[in-house]
Write a protein that binds this ligand. Structure first.
Ligand code: AMP
Length: 282
């Protein structure tokens, strides 16, 4: 696996591959890899001649009181996991290379980032779309894979790609879970043994919403109530939001006639967790 730190070197690598007629799949990450990341990489491996990944804990998507300084890191371990896939090239820049003095350009998707995580994390999605747009210009992939685990991020990036005419196919990938249902996340490393148990309330609440939906309920607020009831049985879990909204536009719906996503954000102590589930009416 080649490791590249400079944007210009990465661009040269990709141009050389493209001029040989090779295709490039890309999986951007913030590292501390788990099976969720690896599932994206393995799929990327299958879909293109070359697989590129990036490891960059992007400062612009963290708020001033968020976990940037103690976000979990394990560069050597991540490289070992990437070599196993195998990843062909890893782009791992330093923050001052991505955001040199004088940077002042932002990419912002407006409507779609107002609700859900956007409401509680002002500026977060602007940081995400800016860094992903930069990474797309640096890595020059043909396709890029993103996890449904970060559902609003996935839809926002699809919106950006369409709105800005990026010539890149976005491939959504299903959420990889622990055997007991907890969605895998680098942030699960923050959880104590006790919190790890309590964290199951999120996937449990989604299952509760699904049960109501399967019984024929088509009022999204009924699904939200079912999920909230489940979460309320776990007072240690502080709910930030529970919503059931259109799975494509992320807008409110009166009645479920098209796929909806039930999305949850909650805190266990200082750790913020998210999870979601898409429900599709017949
Ligand atoms: P991150 O390193 O958290 O920025 O995530 C990098 C990519 O991996 C994003 O596209 C995430 O949506 C995806 N991802 C993270 N966790 C999971 C998971 N449990 N299942 C599938 N994809 C995931």
């Amino acid at each position: 696996m080649e490791i590249i730190a400079k944007p210009a070197d990465m661009q040269r690598w990709s141009e050389a591959a493209r001029s040989r007629g090779l295709t490039i799949a890309f999986v951007p990450t913030m590292g501390f890899l788990h099976e969720g990341h690896l599932s994206l990489m393995r799929e990327g491996r299958k879909r293109a001649s070359l697989l590129a990944s990036s490891l960059f804990v992007n400062p612009t998507q963290f708020g001033p009181n968020e976990d940037l300084s103690h976000y979990p890191r394990n560069f050597e371990g991540d490289c070992a996991m990437m070599r196993e896939v195998p990843v062909d090239v890893l782009f791992a820049p330093e923050p001052d290379v991505m955001y040199p003095r004088g940077s002042q350009t932002w990419v912002e998707v407006t409507e779609m980032t107002r609700g859900l995580c956007g409401a509680g994390r002002p500026g977060h999605f602007r940081g995400v779309t800016t860094v992903v747009a930069k990474l797309f210009n640096i890595v020059k992939p043909h396709i890029a894979l993103f996890g449904e685990k970060d559902y609003q991020q996935l839809r926002t990036i699809e919106r950006m790609v369409e709105d800005l005419n990026f010539d890149i196919e976005i491939v959504p990938m299903p959420t990889v879970r622990e055997p007991d249902g907890l969605a895998m996340s680098s942030r699960n490393a923050y959880l104590s043994h006790d919190q790890r148990e309590k964290a199951l309330a999120l996937s449990g609440a989604l299952q509760a919403a699904r049960t109501v939906f399967k019984a024929g309920v088509r009022d999204p607020q009924e699904l939200v109530r079912a999920a909230r009831r489940w979460l309320e049985n776990n007072p240690e879990v502080q709910v930030e939001y529970v919503e059931a909204i259109d799975a494509k536009t992320l807008e409110n719906v009166e009645r479920i006639e098209h796929p909806v996503v039930v999305a949850i954000a909650a805190r266990l102590g200082k750790t913020r967790l998210i999870d979601n589930m898409v429900l599709t009416p017949e």
